[in-house]
Design a protein around this ligand. Structure first.
Ligand code: ADP
Ligand code: MG
Length: 450
């Protein structure tokens, strides 16, 4: 049998099958965010943006992946894995996380597929997410009365889905009728309903719950009839004082593709954002999660991860998952700093250094209304100094350039200056929410750009 379609179409089918073969956490850590790059001359190439995942896929999952692809294509294939910039990985995750057969969706009835691991209690709070958490608690205590709709937005891996499902779980415990879906699923069901001329079932399903939770509403964009339907549903629920919570990768006013009417509706309730966590919160999250898993880590290991994984909370979890898999595979009594360093950073790829320093610096200059020359120059004005430090911090966290390389780029400064700048920004951002927002925004732009 030879399958038609692109490498990625074949790979997406393979993932569906792999999902049933590996554990839920393995699937979400190593496989979910991968892409089929190419398939020719008997070589099937799969891409990941996670350096940790690359080594894991190669050493642990390669033969299972190969078997799966062979069983689908009917041809002998060799499997290779390759590191790609995150922006080149399409977001398939939504369809896995919430599909009826999805590994993350145990399902507690036909009307909600809530992940029971996501609760309000195990959501670690810091300055970056406390407001959103408090709003979620408010909604869970009195749905439909205080913040309606609640709109939660952030970049990937910062806790939107966690909060959404946590509200749902709290609601189910209190006996409400909760419906949790993704905008993708909502759209698919709508299209199916239209095709089957069975719109009344669809209407009933979506217009009766006490609490309607919709994940990643940004994916509704552009589909006019679905938007209309969502708008009607929204109005009916809202008028009946039913609670609506949605998440999105951007705030409502930037959701231009959603149509004016819908985005102004969504803006009319409470809009809260989740920012990137700074060091202290990252460490707290790691402590909580290592504790939950009884992970035997020695001193310094969690600090090391907190210092080096700054992109998202999902990345922090990925690092812990890798360590915990390693600990059980090698049966070590405890994870030392040495082992963690090897496990997490032995495959730091040179291809990731391609996020150019010039791109980062130009972006920060633009954001701060300064010139690139200001940032790499010697001016000591306070705003210039802070912008320069911010640019160095981002150069450190958003690219794999070394401190020495960054110093050289910034007008031949010493690597200790770069280190000092990074620590200073990290510390200031703990308490300065404007600075934290700048870091979060610039991070998002860089992810989209490169
Ligand atoms: P998003 O939906 O924004 O992409 P998720 O909600 O899927 O992000 O979060 C990614 C992972 O990080 C999940 O496993 C989630 O449980 C975890 N996570 C995110 N924020 C927190 C937090 N504040 N405390 C504990 N875990 C968190
Ligand atoms: Mg999500």
């Amino acid at each position: 049998m030879s399958l038609p379609g692109t490498a990625d179409e074949i790979w997406q089918l393979a993932l569906k099958s792999l999902q049933t073969e590996v554990s839920r956490s393995n699937f979400s850590t190593w496989l979910r965010d991968t892409v089929g790059i190419s398939f020719h001359d008997g070589v099937f190439t799969i891409g990941t943006s996670q350096p940790f995942a690359l080594a894991w896929l190669e050493t642990r999952l390669s033969s299972l992946v190969q078997k799966t692809i062979i069983s689908m294509t009917g041809e002998e294939v060799e499997v290779r894995f390759q590191l790609l910039p995150a922006a080149n990985i399409p977001r398939h995750s939504a369809s896995y996380a919430n599909s009826p057969h999805g590994s993350e969706a145990p399902g507690q009835g036909p009307y909600h597929q809530l992940n029971p691991r996501y609760t309000l209690d195990n959501f670690v709070t810091g300055d970056c997410n406390r407001v959103a958490w408090a709003a979620a608690v408010g909604v869970a205590e009195a749905p439909g009365s205080s913040y309606n709709p609640l709109f939660i937005h952030s970049g990937v891996g910062l806790g939107k889905t966690h909060l959404l499902h946590a509200i749902g779980n709290a609601g189910v415990r209190q006996g409400w009728n909760v419906l949790c879906t993704t905008s993708e699923q909502f759209t698919n069901e709508f299209v199916e309903a239209i095709k089957g001329r069975d719109i009344s079932n669809f209407r009933n399903k979506y217009r009766t719950p006490d609490v309607l939770l919709i994940d990643d509403v940004n994916f509704i964009g552009g589909k006019e009839r679905t938007q209309d339907s969502f708008c009607h549903t929204f109005n009916e629920l809202y008028q009946a004082n039913h609670q609506i919570v949605v998440t999105s990768d951007r705030p409502p006013k930037s959701l231009t593709s959603l149509g004016k009417q819908l985005s102004s509706r969504l803006e009319g309730g409470l809009v809260v954002g989740l920012q990137l966590p700074m060091y202290k919160t990252r460490l707290e999250i790691l402590r909580a999660k290592a504790g939950e898993r009884d992970l035997p880590v020695r001193a310094g290991v969690l600090e090391f991860i907190a210092e080096n994984c700054q992109q998202s909370i999902r990345e922090l979890e990925g690092a812990l998952n890798r360590l915990s898999a390693l600990a059980s595979a090698t049966r070590v009594a405890s994870i030392t700093l040495d082992l963690a360093q090897q496990a997490l950073f032995d495959v730091q790829p040179s291809s990731m250094t391609n996020r150019a320093l010039s791109t980062i610096v130009a972006l920060v200059a633009d954001h701060c209304n300064l010139s690139v020359d200001d940032l790499v120059g010697r001016k000591r004005l306070q705003n210039v100094v802070q912008a320069r430090q911010l640019a160095m911090y981002l150069a450190r966290t958003e690219s794999y350039h070394s401190l020495v390389q960054i110093g050289a780029f910034f007008g031949g400064r010493d690597h200790t200056t770069v280190l000092h700048s990074c620590r200073k920004i990290e510390k200031e951002a703990e308490s300065d929410s404007t600075l934290r927002q700048s870091i979060t925004d610039l991070h998002t732009i860089l992810q989209e750009k490169t």
